[in-house]
Design a protein around this ligand. Sequence first.
Ligand SMILES: Nc1ncnc2c1ncn2[C@@H]1O[C@H](COP(=O)(O)OP(=O)(O)O)[C@@H](O)[C@H]1O
Ligand SMILES: NC(=O)OP(=O)(O)O
Length: 311
Amino acid sequence: MRIVIALGGNAMTSSDGSARPEHQRDAIRLAARPIADLVAAGHEVLLTHGNGPQVGNLLTKNELTASQVPPVPLDWCGAQTQATIGMLMLNALDAELAERGVDRRCAAVVSRTLVDIDDPRFAHPTKPIGRYLSAEDAQPLIDSGQEFVEVPGRGWRRVVASPEPLRCLDGATAETLMEAGYVVVCSGGGGIPTVQDLNGGYRGVDAVIDKDLTASLIAQELKADMLIIATDVDAVVCDWGTDYAKPVGEVTAVEMRSIAADQDFAAGSMGPKVEAVTAFAESGTGTGVITSLARIGAAAEGQIGTRVVPA
Ligand SMILES: Nc1ncnc2c1ncn2[C@@H]1O[C@H](COP(=O)(O)OP(=O)(O)O)[C@@H](O)[C@H]1O
Ligand SMILES: NC(=O)OP(=O)(O)O
């Protein structure tokens, strides 16, 4: 099978979101294990990943050092996270594949995602990035003009614009590498947000794209058999956090739309994941799955997770 796997921040950093290098290295090494198992089982795998904690940290570092080093824009920060996380993933995947005696090369593609400069989402920041702050620590930053949201139970987080991903500009490169036998890391952090100018050229813009939505797009573009969104829960849960909580198993895309209309899944966390797998199933190429990282092997075999199948 051709499988696109999106790794969430929960699979790549510590739970406090601080994104210390040693935590990222350890978490990515753990994440590489079930992925290497899928590759060893003969599946064609394209991996993508989030970058919220990392891109937020880079942006803050830029701002703190602006008087000494010229700050770089947010799209540059996004590109930097693709390189750093891509490097960690290549090291981790190479090691896990070697342990299994699998002779496959891995490659990470610096990848851009086309967005529309007139997308209204530029005017209404929704994408949480960086560390969780206390209300006290967030207030001076809010006073200085930054936008924050409160994430219930975890604290305050900066939000930036998050336009809709329209096309993976480097998807063809990723596909060529996959067809040549590579395990490919692509469209990290949702891809570097890029617009097309009137003269036909491309340029990056200040935003962070939701990686689950881009994962759905690339899975559709590559006609994947399966899109797996790997996070830290085994399934989507209806009536989350209540006495009536109930996991969603296998449903059609039509059924998932109806459940989502009823449940109002959280923006910035479960909402985009549900949208991503449903849109993928609606495209008719394969099944969209949401499950925990540890369960992706069972998910690929159709045994577990929230599975959204074409109607
Ligand atoms: N209805 C729901 N079902 C399951 N998990 C939910 C639901 N609503 C919110 N969540 C939360 O969403 C989290 C996963 O989203 P998020 O933290 O954004 O993932 P990631 O960083 O792995 O991409 C889970 O840890 C869970 O706490
Ligand atoms: N870009 C993005 O969606 O990152 P996270 O998954 O880390 O929020």
